[in-house]
Write a protein that binds this ligand. Structure first.
Ligand SMILES: [Zn+2]
Length: 344
């Protein structure tokens, strides 16, 4: 049995650091293992300008408790962006790319895009600037079942984006279905991130006896066994098109447990790489972890691969149920289950 592994230091290509006190508490958990993180721009006032991105990056990095940690910021795409500023920010690497949130798909996505055709001019700019389009790929419409939102988004929007902007690099974020995996694998210039929770939970862990477990509620919602297995295969084996993105998304526990304001999001950064290692070990694929966690991501984004290494050893990871500091109290994902790996 393998008892320790060394991997190139990972990056997390999808994290929510939020704002204010929450940001001050949670950032260090991502920075403890990752060298870079993409910080999602769906803050209460979305990040849509170069100035906001510069300030948000500084704020995150100054709260990381790490000297070489880097926050990368995508622009929150809307149909009323200042185009000159957007181009300036892409050319000067202030934005790592642009993030598309279809309206009301998840937390703070009410500023998102209603009619995606309206921002095709922005995709055209991004393609020309060789930038990356990050997509929350769900179609949120009354007639679409919550479990089919990813499929509908692919069928009704993504095919067309893909075929219209053939050279635009696209990341389908937090792929959650068998259908999504197939789409990524059968198209060009597209990659997917996969979260630990989509490889550990099925819908039975969320919806049981007509009750929702708020701590397992996230967007896209976790799906069936078949989807989970397909995601595990995509991450652990032929994983050249997939890389690490936890979608760690903290909410105050009080916001999570009130049904009426049930907020989607799972907080996994205190145990992120440990969870991935546990999953890869279950699949007998530990030798492929590094490619998923540390190589495929920078390759796709056109960035250098990290130079430092991270050492993991096989030992029970003792994770408290909550991250608690000051007024912040967030449920730690998987604290009641077995995590076999530790960072040393
Ligand atoms: Zn997210």
């Amino acid at each position: 049995m393998t008892t320790s592994i060394n991997i190139i230091q990972p990056d997390d290509w999808h994290v929510h650091f939020r704002e204010d006190e929450m940001l001050k508490v949670v950032t260090k958990y991502s920075a403890r293992v990752n060298r870079r993180c993409i910080a999602m721009p769906n803050t209460s006032t979305p990040i849509t300008s170069s100035n906001q991105a510069i300030n948000y990056k500084k704020l995150i990095e100054s709260n990381s408790h790490s000297l070489n940690f880097e926050a990368l910021i995508p622009c929150y795409l809307t149909d009323n962006l200042n185009i000159d500023d957007f181009i300036y920010a892409l050319q000067n690497k202030i934005f790592i790319g642009g993030k598309l949130y279809p309206t009301n798909a998840t937390t703070n996505s009410q500023y998102g895009v209603n009619d995606i055709k309206k921002i095709y001019n922005i995709f055209e700019i991004m393609e020309k600037e060789n930038s990356v389009l990050l997509i929350h790929g769900e179609l949120n419409r009354d007639d679409v079942d919550i479990f089919d939102r990813e499929k509908y988004f692919i069928d009704e929007e993504l095919y067309q984006i893909r075929n219209t902007f053939k050279n635009l690099r696209i990341v389908l974020e937090h792929v959650s279905s068998d259908y999504g995996v197939d789409f990524v694998n059968s198209n060009q210039n597209i990659a997917g991130t996969i979260t630990p929770h989509h490889m550990l939970l099925t819908k039975n862990d969320v919806f049981k006896n007509e009750e929702i477990n708020p701590h397992h509620y996230c967007m896209p919602v976790v799906k069936n066994e078949k989807d989970l297995l397909s995601l595990r295969k995509a991450a652990c084996f032929d994983n050249k098109n997939f890389f690490l993105g936890t979608d760690s998304a903290p909410h105050h526990t009080s916001d999570k447990v009130q049904y009426k304001s049930l907020k989607p999001g799972i907080f996994s950064s205190p145990c992120s790489i440990e969870l991935y290692a546990t999953i890869f070990e279950e699949e007998n694929a530990l030798e492929n972890l590094e490619r998923f966690s540390s190589i495929n991501g920078p390759k796709f984004y056109g960035l250098e691969i990290n130079e430092e290494y991270l050492h993991l050893s096989r030992k029970n990871f003792d994770l408290p149920d909550y991250t608690e500091e000051g007024n912040v109290r967030v449920k730690n994902f998987f604290s009641d289950k077995k995590i076999n790996w530790n960072v040393s």
